[in-house]
Design a protein around this ligand. Structure first.
Ligand SMILES: [Zn+2]
Length: 479
């Protein structure tokens, strides 16, 4: 009897438990279905539509995720106060201002480009269910960038207080390892600083990411493109090219001087590039076919959109049929109407380093959930071919001689082999004002090669001003 009662009580307990368990399971399944619907309904196009009033609704359910460097440095995070209010914080301040961007007062940089990923949560499903029941927000996913903290700091410090930009890329993967633009801003105080930023001098253009959106005359760095075109038009006899530089060249009453009034004497194609002889390159330009030259430039993405996640400006090249000799000469040395962004010039040297193949440049390495679990990984991908393997090989040899016996000799180092091209690009109407450029790469056994593009606005000589910035980046990487 007793045993029977106990049995019956046990059955009641079991039934009670079953009711609770099934009840819970029903709620659980309902929550999962709801979450699945919630996730599915939020298509990328939908969330990225700035006119969509429901976007703010998603931010009400998810705490915007973190942004980090590949080596784990925290770049952006959301702090929640006791009253539940949220604040976006940037622990590195100005250091990553343009690459990371901001998420208040509109969005910019990675905050804009990866808005969807940062407002999506792949937190463990049970945790999400509990959060939903308790009315708590879920933690958004983390964006891990390709940026390297040591390289970013090296580029940032080397550029110092000057206006300009530095881009650092791995040519064999397309990973952006550093991206600096100055003048910069503090993303932590972007809301309070907004009016002052907008009121600043037009030439400051603080919010402009000069690395991707700044357009500058490429100056002598463009001689790489002119040399490439000359090789293409004279594949059999470009090696026998020679010219006697007297320090200047005159056509149609227009005289073009070599930088610093240097007289380079007898030069071939390689020494013309190593010594950056303007007169010789103007002479080369006069021999080129304008239409073919334009086609080569478009193959190298002039007048085209660059394949990149952040906002970019199109570089410009134009050489019309009726262009006069003075314009042709100026164009051949990267002056004239030609304009290029530091990122674009970096991509050109990346392709030279990488046997002519351009890898798609990218800043986002992967997306993780808040526990570090994999959500998405972005792999290196081929973007296209800029030149043949042979052309790339010849340009690499020429660029090496710029370091061994030319204008970038400061990059001679036991730890790595560097190659590149300097530039001092005249701008404005005032004679003698020039931007300092360097584009190039370095490699050493056991590490990825590294390409660097540097511009210092109004910096003067590329050799004296831009090369030391590249050196600082190389020294940090190959230490
Ligand atoms: Zn010369």
């Amino acid at each position: 009897m007793r045993a029977g009662k106990e049995k019956s009580a046990g059955r009641d307990k079991n039934r009670e438990f079953a009711v609770i368990a099934y009840g819970f399971l029903a709620i659980f399944l309902g929550m999962i279905a709801y979450l699945a619907y919630f996730q599915a309904a939020r298509s990328e196009a939908f969330i990225n539509n700035p006119y969509n009033p429901r976007l703010d609704g998603f931010a009400e359910r998810i705490v915007r995720g973190d942004i980090k460097t590949e080596d784990g440095t925290l770049l952006a995070s959301t702090k929640i106060a006791q009253d539940g209010s949220e604040r976006r914080v940037y622990p590195q301040g100005r250091l990553y201002a343009h690459a990371v961007g901001f998420a208040d007062n509109g969005k910019a940089g990675l905050e804009a480009a990866y808005d969807f990923e940062l407002l999506r949560s792949h937190t463990f499903v049970l945790e999400r269910v509990v959060n939903e029941i308790e009315g708590k927000k879920n933690q958004g996913d983390t964006l891990v960038t390709t940026l390297d903290d040591a390289l970013q700091r090296a580029a940032f410090d080397a550029l110092g207080d000057r206006k300009g930009a530095v881009v650092v890329i791995e040519p064999d993967t397309g990973k952006i390892r550093a991206m600096v633009s100055k003048p910069d801003f503090d993303p932590n105080t972007i809301v309070t600083d907004w009016d002052a930023i907008l009121a600043s001098d037009e030439s400051d253009a603080v919010l402009l990411n000069r690395a991707t959106q700044g357009l500058y005359p490429p100056g002598s760095t463009f001689k790489l493109v002119t040399a490439l075109e000359y090789m293409r038009e004279r594949p059999k006899n470009y090696k026998s090219y020679h010219y006697t530089c007297t320090g200047s060249i005159t056509r149609e009453g227009y005289t073009l001087h070599c930088f610093g009034n240097a007289v380079h004497g007898e030069v071939d194609l390689e020494t013309s590039l190593a010594k950056s002889c303007n007169s010789s390159f103007a002479n080369i330009g006069l021999s080129l076919n304008g239409k073919d030259f334009s086609e080569t430039c478009e193959e190298l993405l002039f007048n085209r959109r660059l394949p990149f996640d952040l906002a970019t400006s199109k570089s410009r090249f134009s050489l019309k049929k009726d262009a006069g000799e003075s314009e042709v000469m100026a164009t051949a040395i990267g002056q004239g109407k030609t304009l290029a962004s530091p990122l674009h010039m970096a991509l050109i040297v990346c392709a030279v380093q990488n046997d002519g193949v351009l890898m798609r440049p990218y800043l986002a390495e992967r997306v993780e959930n808040s526990d570090g679990g994999k959500v998405e990984r972005y792999e290196p991908s081929v973007c296209g071919r800029f030149m043949t393997e042979k052309e790339a090989k010849i340009l690499r040899r020429y660029m090496k001689s710029v370091v061994t016996e030319g204008t970038a000799s400061a990059l001679k180092d036991d730890r790595y082999t560097a190659a590149g091209k300097t530039g001092s690009a005249e701008y404005g109407n005032e004679k003698g004002k020039s931007h300092a450029w360097f584009v190039g790469y370095a490699n050493a056994k056991g590490s990825h090669p590294l390409a660097v593009s540097v511009i210092v606005e109004g910096g003067g000589s590329g050799s004296a001003v831009a090369v030391p910035i590249a050196k600082s980046v190389f020294d940090t990487y190959f230490k």
